[in-house]
Design a protein around this ligand. Structure first.
Ligand code: ADP
Ligand code: ZN
Ligand code: ZN
Length: 731
């Protein structure tokens, strides 16, 4: 007989400990296998943490423990899903992020291998289900159903899992509007790209950076290189050196929209020793790639955030490109940041970590300045192409705004666009919001908010609906104001759809493309739109952040940021940093080819340091100014932050639990702690739960984490879920 220590699938702080079960069967079983277990009268999944042989009988065990120990129901895996190294990583991640261990394991594994019962329904099969529209009739549909019908009408067949809620699909199927069909799964094949003939000759700066990274005794190096300075070529060279030593490379990019380009660079150089891991793959593809990596068939893995957990062994190098981008941090439990995980894993292998960016996060830059990380710089653009001149346009100057066309553009930006169109050159326009605009009542000022999470709704013109960008709630466009009945409904703010419409009015002959997460909902649209833009099927590409990063379009000679202010208005200690980054990226998109480019920033805050330094691409000046601000206001990198989230069906209890924790921590930490809240976050009511947040700031992070680990000391209020966001980015 065996005694198993098992973590169960519920990711809750108060269940974050191993439970003991008996195993009387004969199958192979070890740490790292999944088992099905009874728990509280239900059947759930467990993850085996430890196996002990025992010569006792079940009765003797019950006697010894003082209660009956349950037997597991069945064994799911006969072999550990994770290497010892990854199990160790999971433990370190759980400890650093104060996260339930099972939550970390769930974040690490692809869906069919996750420790949860639902994973058993995951793909082992070789086909995917698609859905298509068979009847476009819109009568008798709810707004949610209508939204999907209109989406399908625009996009044709899409993967069922990308089509959203199963209940909506089911209703539409019953009404005869849609049909399912299966397509054989295309096992993931790396798009065939021609092998390059011979690698480029590195520039002197690139060579020096490579030399520095391999010879420094620092584990982590910041590769700070301005846009267009050729960071990718450095990554390729380092990877090649690793391959020669038989070591493997993990190449991370911040968003899936950037993987195709990076994959192309790597497969042109290294052929098919590459595997890809990101959320754009179907579960089946991901499962295949995951197993291929675990079998040791890939020497290089390219992927987004969760690829940091790729089951690679013998890692020599981990690279994070655009390390400052926020999407490297998961925005739910365990709230891990790929950079920290990369550093943990690199230590296990004695591997190097390279953090690449033109605008490093303040934390990373500060560590490089202090000598904790190494620093390699690329200060010149390839071929010494100058950075494009940047012009800040003051939107407060009323005469410069084209009121006739919705007041979104200044005449100057319009003229610049026109000049490019006349010359057959291309333009990128950045907008920080998707959709069309917010809506307010022109008579009483009523703002349409989401009934389920209380955030503002956004008007989406292509569906003619109001949508919540947080929870997915949709409703039909209102005929009148629900508060005063007025029919004068005003649209304010600027979203991608609205920019498209106005551009179309001003430049009816121009071909327009759009890329935002609405378009990217059908994943295959991302590489498609980018490719079409590269082939000049569009003159102007309008997009969110998604188009700002990393792409290399030689024919783009004008990049414009339609409004730099939306980012500054964000309630976050990082709002200046992200605005600076967005501007710098925007500027970097322009003038990468033969013709010199230009960049234009429209703003109501032309004197703000983030905008002034962003336009000048003066990272160092911005860094020093922002460091002063952070010091004054007690934020990272001077203080460590932990955001504690309280969630309860009862609003009072969520508040009480927050107060209780604060009092407890003050008694333990005294002067060493600053605590703010409990405050109601922007989305304060979600899925029937009230949310409250307490922000903790301290320089003594070890002591603070120890205090928080003792969760029983401050969680006497019942019916409240507590979760920790260590190093939060959005508060
Ligand atoms: P970054 O990521 O630093 O913004 P990229 O890696 O995209 O810059 O490189 C910018 C451009 O310069 C790309 O088109 C790339 O192919 C080219 N390039 C990079 N290194 C070299 C080199 N050593 N010689 C010639 N062209 C290069
Ligand atoms: Zn009104
Ligand atoms: Zn909502």
């Amino acid at each position: 007989m065996k005694l198993l220590s098992v973590f169960i699938e519920h990711a809750k702080a108060n269940l974050d400990r191993p439970f003991t079960y008996l195993y009387l069967g004969k199958e192979e079983i070890s740490r790292g296998c999944r088992v099905i277990v009874p728990f509280n009268h239900t059947t759930i999944m467990g993850f085996v943490d430890d196996v002990q042989d025992s010569s006792l009988t079940p009765e003797e065990v019950a006697y010894k423990y003082g209660y009956k120990i349950n037997e597991i129901i069945s064994v799911v895996d006969n072999k550990s899903l994770l290497s010892e190294e990854l199990i160790k990583t999971s433990e370190e991640v759980a400890a650093y992020y104060l996260a339930p261990k099972i939550a970390v394991l769930k974040a690490m594994l692809p869906s069919s291998l996750k420790p949860s019962i639902s994973s058993l329904r995951g793909p082992k099969v070789a086909y995917d289900t698609y859905v298509k529209l068979v009847n476009e009739d819109e009568t008798g549909l709810t707004p949610k159903q209508l939204e999907l019908v209109r989406f399908l009408a625009r996009n044709g067949e899409i993967l069922k899992k990308e089509a959203g809620s199963t209940s909506i699909l089911k209703a539409l199927e019953e009404k005869g509007r849609i049909a399912y069909f299966k397509k054989e799964r295309l096992r993931y094949v790396i798009p065939n790209s021609e092998r390059e003939e011979k690698p480029r000759q590195l520039t002197l700066e690139q060579e020096q950076a490579v030399e520095y990274i391999v010879s420094t005794d620092k584990e982590v190096t910041l590769l700070q290189g301005i846009t267009g300075s050729g960071k990718t070529e450095v990554y390729l060279k380092l990877t090649e050196m690793m391959l020669k030593q038989n070591k493997k490379t993990l190449m991370l990019v911040p968003e899936i929209s950037l993987t195709p380009i990076m994959v192309e660079y790597f497969s042109r150089r290294f052929g098919n020793s590459i595997a890809i891991l990101h959320s754009g793959l179907t579960p089946a593809e991901k499962y295949d790639e995951y197993r291929r990596i675990a079998r040791g068939e890939a020497k290089i893995v390219v992927g987004a955030r969760s690829a940091v957990f790729a089951p690679l062994d013998n890692i020599g190098l981990i690279i994070l490109d655009e390390e400052h981008v926020e999407s490297y941090k998961q925005d739910q439990t365990p709230f891990y940041h790929a950079r920290e995980v990369a550093i943990m894993r690199a230590k296990h292998f004695g591997a190097k970590v390279v953090l690449g960016s033109a605008t490093p996060s303040l934390e990373t830059k500060a560590r490089a300045e202090k000598g904790v990380y190494g620093l390699a710089k690329l200060t010149r653009r390839i071929n010494d192409k100058p950075l494009p001149p940047t012009h800040i346009i003051d939107m407060r100057e009323k005469r410069s705004i084209d009121r006739y066309h919705s007041g979104i553009f200044t005449y100057e930006l319009e003229n610049e666009i026109k000049a490019r169109l006349d010359k057959g050159e291309q333009v990128i326009l950045l907008v920080n919001r998707r959709g069309y605009a917010s809506v307010v009542c022109a008579d009483c000022g009523y703002i349409h908010v989401c009934p389920s999470c209380h955030g503002n709704l956004t008007y989406h013109k292509e569906d003619d609906m109001l949508k919540c960008h947080h929870c997915g709630y949709v409703e039909l466009y209102p005929q009148s104001c629900p508060s005063c009945g007025s029919t004068k409904i005003q649209r304010i703010g600027v979203g991608t759809e609205r920019v498209m419409k106005v551009l179309n009015e001003i430049f009816p002959e121009a071909k327009l493309g759009r890329l935002d997460s609405d378009i990217a909902k059908a994943r295959s649209n991302i590489p498609k739109v980018l490719q079409e833009f590269r082939e000049h099927k569009y003159d102007i590409l309008v997009g969110t952040q998604m188009v700002a990063k990393g792409h290399d379009f030689p024919n783009v000679t004008l990049a414009g940021l339609v409004s730099a202010d939306q980012g500054l208005a964000m309630q976050s200690y990082r709002s200046a940093e992200s605005t600076f980054g967005l501007i710098a990226q925007t500027v970097g998109r322009s003038g990468r080819g033969q013709v010199n480019g230009k960049a234009i920033i429209q703003t109501f805050n032309p004197m703000h340091y983030a905008i002034v330094y962003g336009a000048k691409q003066d990272y160092e000046a911005f860094y020093h100014k922002e460091m002063q601000q952070r010091k004054l206001s007690a934020y990272p990198p001077f203080y460590y932050l932990i955001a504690v989230h309280f969630s309860s069906k009862d609003e009072e209890r969520a508040i009480q639990a927050g107060m209780e924790m604060k009092e407890y921590l003050q008694s333990v930490m005294g002067e060493e702690l600053i605590s703010l809240g409990p405050i109601a976050p922007y989305y304060s009511f979600l899925g029937g739960f009230h949310k409250r947040m307490v922000l903790l700031k301290s320089k003594n992070i070890a002591k603070l984490k120890d205090a928080l680990r003792d969760i029983n000391a401050f969680s006497s209020v019942g019916g409240v879920d507590i979760s920790f966001d260590v190093d939060p980015l959005d508060c």
